[in-house]
Design a protein around this ligand. Structure first.
Ligand SMILES: [Zn+2]
Ligand SMILES: [Zn+2]
Length: 394
């Protein structure tokens, strides 16, 4: 009888080749035309039903098993980032200023690998598998890839019961995976505050409303929302990443723009933060007689791993890589992930795959030297494939 882990290691080289090809040819969100073509060709070569052009560049492959109406989905993201790669390797990005620095090249390659594996195991598939390749996970504006794919019906016809996703994680060693029930990735929101004062001569501050002084107080006071007004046991991040104002050293600025992001795990806290922020902004601006606009945009929801799926995948992982290598994560990551949109609709599970190697310096996600140990790929494929097969048996 075929063994999924063995079969997965047999196609390792093939999948590494695919990953390197995608890595060398990175494309940004909603522009993944060549990647989508590679994906569609690969799926067709396996004999799957293929649909292209969903959410612009999205691709779906359908592998029909014994039951067409019992369906689990496996999702990969295909987009790269606007980063200039600093790695020196033969498969280095060939497009200046674009790079697969989040590992989506490997997600796409692995899910193609899972499609190949499950095609071999088709006779044992009690249901069917939908392979979802989405664009634009790294969106800067909502809606991004996942929401658009859902809107265009990827979870319907035939209806998908549950969904699995994967992300490489450079904080975990190759050979291991990270698993957590419940919240695994944070809700990610963004905001823009514009402070409006009245400019004037740098030597006559009393005749002006100094937008820079207001902004400085707002930056300080916003930090105390997390430290003083939200419970210390509720993970919350409030980061200001951009602050712009002023034209000249001797002129008092009339306007300052402040932009940042808020990360939360508890939906109640998520709803509360913008209200507290506005109180602070309003209060501080009022003291100085200035004015403001406050734009707060909700982004990804918190990503929650379904309890039953978590139990199933934990079991499968222990069988494939052993109990010691199945790392139970204590805390969610405060980064966001648009897989959350699928997991809000149907039970979902998001696996963290260890890709760091103790013999080599590891750079974090989105770093120009981000890279991964490709030995992890067959492990990710085996766990996803086996989990899908086991799920369909139930
Ligand atoms: Zn990313
Ligand atoms: Zn990512």
């Amino acid at each position: 009888m075929l063994n999924i882990k063995e079969e997965s290691f047999k196609i390792k080289e093939d999948i590494i080749k695919v990953r390197r090809e995608i890595h060398a040819n990175p494309e940004l969100g909603f522009e993944e035309w060549e990647t989508a073509r590679l994906v569609a060709d690969y799926l067709r070569s396996l004999g799957l039903e293929v649909e292209e052009g969903i959410a612009k560049t999205g691709v779906v492959g359908f592998l029909e098993g014994k039951n067409r109406d019992k369906v689990i989905a496996i999702r990969a993201d295909m987009d790269a980032l606007p980063i200039k790669e600093q790695n020196e390797c033969e498969y280095k990005s060939q497009t200046e200023g674009k790079m697969h620095a989040c590992g989506h090249d490997s997600h796409t390659a692995m899910v193609l690998g899972v499609a190949k594996l499950l095609t071999k195991f088709k006779d044992q598939l009690e249901g069917s598998v939908k392979f979802i390749f989405q664009p634009n996970e790294e969106q800067t504006e909502m809606p991004g890839g996942a929401d658009t794919m859902i809107e265009e019906g990827v979870l319907e016809d035939p209806k998908v019961e549950a969904i699995l996703g994967i992300h490489v994680n450079p904080q975990l060693e190759v050979g291991t995976v990270g698993i957590k029930e419940g919240p695994i990735m944070a809700a990610t929101d963004k905001f823009k505050i514009t402070i409006k004062g009245e400019g004037g001569h740098g030597a006559a501050p009393h005749e002006t409303i100094d937008a820079i002084i207001i902004a400085a107080d707002i930056v300080q006071n916003l930090q105390s929302i997390v430290s003083r007004r939200i419970s210390p046991v509720e993970p919350t991040v409030l980061t200001i990443g951009k602050l712009c104002g002023g034209e000249s050293y001797n002129v008092i600025a009339d306007e300052v723009e402040i932009e940042g992001t808020v990360r939360t795990v508890n939906p109640e806290v998520r709803d509360k933060v913008p209200l507290l922020m506005e109180q602070t902004i309003d209060g501080v601006t009022d003291i100085f007689g200035g004015d403001y606009t406050f734009d707060y945009q909700f982004g990804h929801s918190v990503l929650e791993n379904d309890k039953k799926l978590t139990a199933l995948i934990t079991q499968v992982s222990k069988e494939i890589i052993g109990e010691d290598n199945t790392v139970i994560l204590k805390n969610p990551l405060m980064a966001g992930e648009d897989f959350a949109s699928y997991a809000k609709e149907i039970p979902g599970f998001f696996l963290h795959l260890g890709v760091s190697n103790p013999d080599r310096k590891v750079y974090p996600w989105h770093h120009p030297k981000f890279n991964l140990d490709e030995e992890a790929l067959p492990i990710g494929m085996a766990i996803l494939a086996e989990s899908a097969m086991e799920y369909l048996k139930k």
